[in-house]
Design a protein around this ligand. Structure first.
Ligand code: FAD
Ligand code: MLT
Ligand code: ZN
Length: 463
């Protein structure tokens, strides 16, 4: 029997896809830049079937690429060629909401938005929030240690996971679905799998922490003269927002232009043109939220500070301010070829990073468009590039030099070349080049210990 026959036998009808039309949406990444041809795409229905697939693939010497919503931005879920893509899309159940432990237990293929909604119905909040939340999955969020727009208040996915169930590369299942707040029994194994991008095992379920619901939100868009102002306002927003400050996001004029040009119905709420924009959000349970935002804006707008501010008057206006921020990725994709950099530097160094890198890139590719946006409160910029108008080929040709210039500047300022998207196939070489020998040795040792045959997502994360 061939591997495909065995997979059919183990998973039943409709769960093993091999026809080009059937596998099309699984073989390319969200940007459309990366694609590969797998042996098959399989869609197991439960943890036992995931383990069976991993065992069969191991016997056949075929590698496995785990895939969730396929919204990743580092080509981590894209096959190289010949692997079996294992999609978790049929494992999307919310298994349990526990009001005493304040946790939710979900299968890995559950879409983030579904989990947010289940928490809401229980009167609680699951605070991870990404532009891709309508499609990305909890398994993908765990595997990439996703960040997003509420990290400032709640941390990254790593901070929200209490327990995991994982199918290991040898087909055994680690039943780590514990909801314990305290567990000091040696190495914290779940942390190894969080952020491992499918290279150490397949996450099949997770226990997640819930937090108090925040039904009242107050949101404003600020017009800013420069990045220095955005960074300088962070302590001001923190002081006035207190524990309610949830988001402090940034976008430059170029980003706003792309969104307004490409996404119907999204508009720039200011009359004038500004260099930079900051989106602030406070969230809580009472009117206090609006009062605190008003106080923050009174302190933030003025000479040598923010130039202007627009406060969302209600849910529709709030949604439209967020559409401006969250639409940038899609607008840039519509615009054409782009080169993405998901970088972080110490927050105070952001102005210097922007001031030094832009001119260097202009020297390398005159007219290159800097589409800069991201999570300024976390020191994380999506320092993306679009081609000089109509010249995608020039951007493609210059991309390696442009990226090297960005990463060198990040390294010089003590930053990281991947803040939240991971390494996947895209940044594994670059990351290794900036890590010390000790770090690279430790990374290899972990991989060797868990996946000595290199069966899990080869060609990702490690060089
Ligand atoms: P996939 O893309 O399917 O996979 C991503 C990686 O995880 C791959 O390496 C894959 O092999 C592995 N993987 C997936 N499922 C499993 C599993 N069950 N077990 C083991 N490994 C697995 N990311 C952010 O961090 N912050 C943002 O603000 C953000 N905004 C985005 C906005 C847009 C418009 C888009 C398109 C993407 C954005 N992303 C963001 C990136 C992406 O949505 C996240 O990385 C997300 O966590 C990926 O989830 P996914 O289910 O789509 O994973
Ligand atoms: C975002 O924050 O919008 C995404 O992480 C950025 C991206 O698509 O590069
Ligand atoms: Zn982001």
């Amino acid at each position: 029997m061939t591997l495909i026959d065995r997979l059919h036998e183990a998973l039943g009808p409709g769960a093993v896809l091999t026809e080009p039309d059937d596998v099309a949406s699984y073989v390319a990444d969200w940007t459309g830049r990366f694609r590969g041809s797998p042996t098959a795409v399989v869609r197991p229905a439960d943890t036992g079937q995931v383990a069976a697939v991993v065992g069969l693939c191991a016997d056949a010497g075929v590698a496995v690429v785990p895939q969730g919503g396929n919204t990743g931005l580092a080509a981590g879920a894209t096959p190289r060629g010949g692997e079996v893509v294992l999609s978790l899309e049929r494992m999307r159940r919310v298994r349990d909401v526990d009001p005493v432990a304040d946790t939710i237990t979900v299968e890995a293929g559950a879409v983030l938005q579904t989990v947010q909604e289940a928490a809401r119905q229980a009167g609680r909040l699951f605070p991870l929030s990404l532009g891709s939340e309508g499609s990305c999955t909890i398994g993908g969020n765990v595997a990439t240690n996703a960040g997003g727009t509420a990290v400032l208040r709640y941390g990254m996915m790593r901070d929200l996971v209490l327990g995991l169930e994982v199918v290991l590369p040898d087909g055994r299942v680690w039943h780590g679905l514990r909801a314990l707040r305290k567990d000091n029994t040696g190495y914290d194994l779940k942390q190894l799998f969080i952020g491992s991008e499918g290279t150490l095992g397949i996450v099949t379920a997770a226990v997640l922490r819930l937090v108090p619901a925040t039904p009242r939100r107050a949101t404003a868009l600020l017009a800013l003269p420069d990045v220095e102002c955005a960074v300088g306002l962070l302590p001001v927003l923190r002081e006035h927002g207190g524990g309610l400050l949830t988001a402090w996001e940034l976008l430059n004029r170029q980003a706003v232009d792309l969104v307004v040009d490409h996404l119907p119905g999204v508009r720039d709420p200011f009359d004038g043109i500004h260099g930079w924009y900051g989106l602030v959000e406070l969230a809580g349970t009472s009117d206090d939220v609006d009062e605190r935002l008003d106080a923050a804006l009174a302190a933030a707008v003025g000479p040598d500070l923010a130039v202007d501010a627009v406060v969302a008057g209600g849910p529709a206006q709030r949604a439209s301010l967020w559409a401006l921020r969250e639409g940038v990725s899609e607008a840039q994709r519509i615009e054409g070829v782009s080169v993405k950099h998901d970088v972080t530097v110490p927050i105070a160094e952001l102005p210097r990073f922007v001031a030094r890198t832009g001119p260097r890139l202009e020297e390398l590719l005159p007219g290159v468009r800097l589409v800069t946006y991201g999570h300024v409160g976390d020191g994380n910029l999506h320092y993306n590039l679009s081609a000089p108008a109509g010249n995608d080929d020039a951007l493609r040709a210059a991309a390696p030099d442009l990226t090297a210039a960005v990463y060198d500047e990040v390294a010089a300022l003590g930053g990281s070349i991947s803040a939240e998207h991971g390494l996947g196939a895209l940044k594994r070489q670059a990351a290794a080049a900036y890590k010390s020998d000790v770090e690279n040795d430790l990374m290899r040792a972990v991989k060797q210990a868990l996946d000595p045959r290199g069966a899990m997502n080869p060609g990702k994360v490690l060089p």
